[in-house]
Design a protein around this ligand. Structure first.
Ligand code: CO
Length: 470
């Protein structure tokens, strides 16, 4: 049974063209912490009515929620990349998007145009006094945390060479605060570079290693001793992209009868590979060491969620969309084998954990999931999953609420001492609300709800810091 209407869901994909800065009124409940929550995601889904082909191609718009003295302040601003400014000036799409956007004018106008737009829309992180908007196909954009103005490309005093890409999914070492990230140069053999940005904001390359085959890597998992990637069995046929028929994202294919490969690097960059059954992974929850095993938890899709030209993502048939499900991989380094088991078969995405448990044996995962246990639909609920007992706590915002990534904010000594925040699009009022849940019991009434006076289009990733700017 459908728990939502398509028109409600589609409303959350309308562009937000306005930039705001105001104290949030009508807060229900008590805000239990101080600090700043940053979120990033596509703010524009169209340029003067000319729509981007895929929401991942939308221009990055950063949202800042500041919590201080029991009050909440909201501010949002676009990342003003040169490409954004050029398109704003011309009032039309000038660049191709990776996922679904062709420039208008047919294939001849896209012919051999490999210039993609760095849309800086995927994540945002504060590290070493630098607020960075992230996109995996380019270098980060540094923003001023005081007013979210765009300062420019951050190349860390030229430590990041031209053409070397940064990551959209860094992981912070909970023991020393180093931010770890990776860059990929895909090819027949791909190069993976691992790097750190320390708490002073200094970039350092740790290693680079050649990996056989094409790599489409969105995320990785981290322990102090190992960095773990899932190499999806994807092939890239660049010809239709170069010729302009298709976007790069449409040229990816899941190779039939080809295993997925789990790549395990040690801190010197030495690579071990482990084959497992084919699947497609965007996001990992966590990895930790247990004896000779590495235990890796990831959201897996049975096939690559392929993008077809001329299919409108707003018309997607959810019944035909392959669901993401939570799997556990036990990688036995002594035998070279991988055992896998499903932990959650409900459609889910955006796994989040207490950041103090990155790379460590952990118990709780917070996820966005469907409101119903069966079938596929937009994410309308937040789940806390206890990996020891299997107990699920669910907070559903159906039928008219649609959730985004949950972000855990630590608030005590135990793993689930803290809060889970998520930005919910409420179709009833056509606005978004920041919801704060008690991590001990996410199914309980929210600790606080902060209603915005407008909507924010469905976003991607974000992060929390205890520093405050207003
Ligand atoms: Co992601």
């Amino acid at each position: 049974m459908a728990t939502f209407t398509r028109s409600d869901w589609q409303q959350g994909y309308k562009s937000q063209t306005r930039e705001y800065s105001y104290w949030i009124e009508g807060i229900e409940g008590i805000i239990p912490f101080e600090g700043t929550l940053f979120r990033n995601g596509p703010g524009l889904l169209d340029r003067n009515g000319q729509r981007y082909g895929h929401p991942f191609d939308g221009d990055g718009m950063v949202c800042r929620f500041s919590f201080v003295g029991g009050r909440g302040h909201f501010c949002n601003k676009f990342v003003r990349t040169p490409e954004f400014l050029a398109e704003e000036k011309e009032g039309k799409i000038l660049y191709r998007g990776v996922f679904g956007t062709q420039k208008p004018g047919g294939w001849w106008n896209n012919l051999f145009d490999r210039k993609l737009k760095n849309i800086a829309n995927t994540n945002i992180i504060y590290q070493g006094d630098k607020l960075l908007a992230l996109w995996e196909g380019g270098q980060p954009y540094r923003l001023d945390p005081v007013n979210l103005d765009t300062i420019g490309i951050e190349n860390f005093d030229r430590a990041l060479a031209p053409g070397q890409v940064f990551t959209a999914h860094p992981r912070r070492d909970p023991d020393n605060g180093d931010l770890w990230g990776f860059g990929v140069e895909p090819g027949l053999k791909s190069i993976i570079r691992l790097f750190t940005v320390n708490q002073e904001g200094v970039y350092q390359e740790r290693y680079q290693t050649k990996v056989p085959g094409f790599c489409f890597l969105h995320d990785f998992a981290y322990t102090t001793n190992y960095q773990v990637f899932a190499q999806n069995p994807i092939s890239f046929d660049p010809l239709p992209f170069l010729l302009g028929f298709k976007t790069a994202g449409m040229c990816l294919e899941l190779k039939p009868n080809t295993p997925s490969v789990i790549l395990v690097f040690d801190r010197s960059g030495k690579l071990e590979t482990y084959n497992t059954d084919p699947c497609f992974i965007f996001h990992h929850s966590n990895v930790y060491e247990e004896g000779k095993e590495l235990v890796l938890d990831s959201i897996c899709y049975g096939t690559y969620p392929k993008l077809e030209p001329n299919v409108d993502f707003l018309d997607v048939n959810f019944d035909r969309v392959v669901p993401g499900q939570l799997w556990r991989f036990r990688i036995d380094r002594s035998t070279g084998t991988v055992k896998r088991e499903i932990l959650l078969d409900r459609s889910c995405e955006f796994p989040s954990i207490n950041p103090h448990y990155i790379g460590k044996n952990y118990r709780y995962i917070y996820l966005g999931c469907t409101s119903e246990a069966q079938g596929n639909a937009p994410l309308q609920a937040i789940m806390k999953l206890d990996l020891v007992t299997g107990v699920q706590q669910i907070h559903s915002f159906a039928p008219r609420g649609f959730v985004s990534e949950p972000i855990f904010i630590p608030g005590g000594a135990r793993e689930d001492d803290g809060w889970v925040t998520t930005l919910v699009f409420n179709a009833e009022y056509n606005r978004s609300e920041l919801v704060i849940l008690d991590a001990h019991d996410v199914s309980a009434k929210p600790v606080a709800v902060l209603p915005l006076s407008h909507h924010i289009p469905y976003g991607l990733h974000g992060s929390f810091t205890t520093k405050v700017w207003v």
